[in-house]
Design a protein around this ligand. Structure first.
Ligand code: GLN
Length: 313
C-alpha cells in the first residue's frame, strides 16, 4: 500500500471538507436528547493529528460539542487499564450487533450481557464497574484519564447533561432491566449520572483526533509524548472500533472508509490510522443509524485520497 500521508495538508482537508459538508443536508440533527437539536447542521470541522507531527485542521475548529458515545472509548480504555480486559468483558461482550445503539431487545431475548461496550447497555455496564470501584470519585478519575490521554479537559455541558437525564426513558429502562437480570450492580441512578456526564463531556474535532492519535501511536499521548495506555488496551480498542464502532453501520463504514472508527450522536466521529494518525470530524446531521452523514463522507474521501482504506482492519 502506498504511503501517501505526505499529501496531507490544509488544502487537501479543505477540498475534502468542501465536498463532504454539503452532504449534511441528507441528515438530521439528533433531537431525542432535546438540547442536541440546538446545534446548527451547517457546522463542520476536520482535524488530523499525525503521529509525531503537528495537528492540521480546517472548518469550525474550536467548536465545542458533546462526546456522547465517543466517550465510550474513554470509559472503556479507562476500565481496561484499571480492571484488566478479562474483568471488563465479563460485563459486556465483544460481538458486533445488528441492533441500534439503544436497543433493548437482545438483552431481553438472550438474558445475557450486552453485546459490546459501545452499545448503550454495554457502556452503562462499564460505568457500573467504574462507579463500584471509585464511588464518588468515579467522574474525576475518568476526566483525569481523559486529560492524560489528550492533554485537555473542557468540562461538561450541563444543559445537555440535564436534557439527557430528563428524557432518558430508554436508557433508564435498559439500566433497570439489566439490574433486574443481575447484569448491573449498585445504584442505577448513580451509574446513569456517570454515563450521562461522560456523554456530555465537551470536546472539539481536535480532541477526537488527539484521542485517536493515542491509539494510532500504540498508546502515546500526542500532547505529552508519554506512554499513557498499554498495547493490550490499544489492540482491544482497535478490534472493537473496527467491528462495532458505528453500531449497525459498522460494516458499511468498514467498506467505505476502511479504518477503525467510533461515532457519537452529537455528530462527531474519530478514526484511527494505525502508526500514522488520528482523525476527528464533526458535522451534526445524522443518518438513520445515528452517524454523521458528512463525517462519514469526509473520512471516505480522505481515506481514498491518502490510500488509507484497510489499514488496521
Ligand atoms: N447519550 C447518548 C445515548 O445514550 C449516546 C448515544 C450515541 O452517541 N450513539 O443515547
Amino acid at each position: 500500500m502506498d504511503n501517501r500521508s505526505d499529501l496531507l495538508d490544509e488544502q487537501l482537508l479543505n477540498d475534502v471538507g468542501n465536498i463532504a459538508r454539503v452532504t449534511s443536508t441528507d441528515g438530521k440533527v439528533a433531537s431525542y436528547i432535546p438540547e442536541l437539536s440546538r446545534m446548527s447542521a451547517e457546522l463542520f470541522s476536520l482535524s488530523c493529528q499525525p503521529v509525531g507531527a503537528k495537528m492540521i485542521e480546517i472548518g469550525d475548529v474550536g467548536q465545542f460539542f458533546t462526546m456522547q458515545s465517543l466517550s465510550k472509548i474513554i470509559s472503556l480504555a479507562f476500565a481496561i487499564e484499571k480492571f484488566g480486559r478479562e474483568n471488563v468483558f465479563r460485563h459486556a461482550g465483544m460481538e458486533a450487533s445488528a441492533d441500534s445503539f439503544n436497543s433493548l431487545m437482545r438483552i431481553e431475548m438472550t438474558s445475557s450481557k450486552p453485546s459490546n461496550p459501545f452499545m448503550n447497555a454495554g457502556a452503562i455496564a462499564v460505568c457500573s464497574l467504574i462507579c463500584k470501584a471509585y464511588k464518588s470519585e468515579a467522574l474525576d478519575r475518568v476526566t483525569d484519564f481523559l486529560r492524560l490521554l489528550t492533554g485537555e479537559y473542557n468540562g461538561f455541558d450541563e444543559k445537555v447533561f440535564l436534557s439527557e437525564k430528563n428524557s432518558a426513558d430508554r436508557n433508564r429502562a435498559l439500566a433497570y432491566f439489566m439490574k433486574s437480570m443481575g447484569l448491573l450492580h449498585g445504584d442505577v441512578e448513580e451509574i446513569l449520572d456517570l454515563y450521562f456526564t461522560l456523554c456530555s463531556l465537551r470536546c472539539t474535532s481536535g480532541t477526537l483526533a488527539r484521542t485517536a492519535a493515542v491509539i494510532a501511536s500504540g498508546g502515546r499521548s500526542a500532547a505529552s509524548g508519554e506512554k499513557v495506555i498499554e498495547k493490550e488496551t490499544v489492540c482491544t480498542l482497535l478490534g472493537l472500533m473496527s467491528t462495532c464502532g458505528l453500531y449497525n453501520e459498522s460494516g458499511e463504514f468498514a467498506v467505505r472508509v476502511g479504518l477503525p472508527g467510533k461515532s457519537g450522536v452529537s455528530g462527531g466521529i474519530m478514526a484511527v490510522v494505525p502508526g500514522r494518525m488520528g482523525i476527528g470530524v464533526f458535522s451534526p446531521a445524522l443518518d438513520a443509524k445515528g452517524n454523521s452523514v458528512a463525517g462519514i463522507r469526509a473520512l471516505e474521501l480522505l481515506s481514498e485520497k491518502l490510500d488509507l482504506r484497510g489499514i488496521g482492519i
